[in-house]
Design a protein around this ligand. Structure first.
Ligand SMILES: Nc1nc2c(c(=O)[nH]1)N[C@H]1C(S)=C(S)[C@@H](COP(=O)(O)O)O[C@H]1N2
Ligand SMILES: [Mo]
Length: 383
């Protein structure tokens, strides 16, 4: 599809959505209905731009425009560090190698003929940030097969520790002064890999997995940051040692100060499960009624509440979208009757059933790297 076609399709899609919006229940973030206005945040600079989806570029959503529970494939954010490899679905193979009783080798149709599972999974890049108004995010319906079933069929041998997932995308990296060719790869411990939720997905929102999103098959680890979800998957390797690649040991590594058994230490951790986070993404007005809307992401732990604070007021309980599922994003909204004209600040916080509360910026640990930006996000708006 050319870029022009894509743009035209999006325009068409927009008008269809606007026409259908009146029928949508109020708790779904609807596209703007007739007479409804999107109130601009004053914290978003005029220069803020969402790049068009083009080969080999990063794409983020304009979160103010999130208007559907499920993100369109073309609008789901895009990140790839080594470009987007060309893959022929007919010759593509997925091999399972290493410390297994039976090495396996699948074609795409071999995988498609297995029992399938379908799941809503939202994720964000570990580098998502307030600067992008948290636009490196998306929520989709995925269809694929169980990773645990495949690993059981392969038979993981005793002594195996890690499972490495290799993509087809390669790059030359300079490591310790030497140029070497490396594939994008991430690893999981055997325990993490055997979670029943993990999938090898080949459909996204009812379409074959798009090229940009890792066709024909990608790994999905629900509840984890996007970097775990290896695209263009070609090999699953079981080994007894830690995998030390760039995206486990150097990039996507958070550096923060932590209390380690009574001693303050600078700790580095690989980005894994998503931190408990909420963000206000848009405010709409219709007939004098205002609505504040946002999303929550976390590791799949059930939530207790999402609350919104307006200016110095009390925390008010937001309404949760009934479409929310364990690993989808969790959309919320709060009615804001009769706001006073002028500047306002809005902030949200989420609490899970274990009583963990989303941290304020001040409560976050001292952190050097920009990975894992999950603190409370105060927005400003003029009514
Ligand atoms: N093969 C491969 N898989 C990859 C990456 C990559 O560069 N190569 N990037 C990862 C990162 S950092 C993110 S955030 C997600 C983005 O997935 P998406 O582009 O489908 O949104 O893919 C992950 N999987
Ligand atoms: Mo990422």
């Amino acid at each position: 599809m050319s870029l022009e076609d894509k743009t035209r399709r999006n325009v068409l899609k927009g008008s269809v959505l606007a026409a259908g919006a009146a029928a949508a229940p109020s708790f779904v973030l609807p596209a703007l209905a007739q007479g409804e206005r999107l109130i601009p945040f004053t914290d978003v600079p005029d220069s803020f731009q969402v790049r068009p989806v083009q080969p080999d570029t990063t794409h983020w959503q304009d979160t103010r425009e999130i208007s559907e529970f499920v993100t369109d494939n073309d609008d789901f954010y895009l990140v790839q560090h080594y470009g987007q490899p060309e893959i022929d679905n007919d010759t593509w193979r997925l091999r399972v190698t290493g410390m297994v009783d039976n090495e396996l080798d699948f074609s795409l149709s071999d995988l498609m003929n297995r029992q399938t599972t379908e799941r809503q999974i939202a994720f964000e890049c570990g580098g998502n940030s307030q600067r992008l108004f948290h636009g490196l995010v998306g929520n989709a319906d995925w269809l694929g097969v169980s990773l645990a079933d495949i690993l059981r069929q392969a038979g993981i041998q005793e002594g195996a520790k890690e499972i490495v997932f290799f993509g087809a995308d390669l790059a030359t990296e300079e490591i310790r002064g030497r140029e070497v060719e490396k594939a994008f790869a991430r690893s999981l411990s055997v325990t993490d890999a055997m979670r029943e939720e993990n999938m090898l997905a080949f459909e996204m929102n009812g379409e074959p997995l798009p090229h940009y999103h890792g066709k024909p098959v990608r790994l999905l680890v629900p509840g984890w940051y996007g970097v775990a979800n290896v695209k263009w998957l070609t090999q699953i390797h079981v080994q007894s040692t830690r995998y030390m690649g760039r995206f486990m040991g150097r990039d996507y590594v958070t550096l923060k100060k932590e209390n380690v058994g009574g001693v303050d230490r600078w700790v580095e951790n690989s980005v894994t499960t998503m931190n408990l986070k909420s963000s206000i993404i848009r405010v709409t007005e219709m007939g004098g009624r205002y609505s504040i809307q946002g999303f929550v992401l976390n590791d799949g732990t059930p939530l207790r509440s999402v609350e919104v604070k307006i200016d110095d007021g009390p925390w008010l309980s937001a309404e949760m979208n009934p479409n929310n599922t364990q690993y989808s994003w969790k959309l919320f909204s709060l009615d804001w009757p009769n706001p006073k004209a002028g500047e306002h600040t809005l902030v949200s916080r989420v609490t899970d059933i274990n009583g963990n509360v989303q941290a304020t910026q001040e409560e976050l640990p001292e952190k050097v790297s920009y990975w894992e930006d999950f603190g409370q996000f105060t927005r400003t708006i003029t009514i």
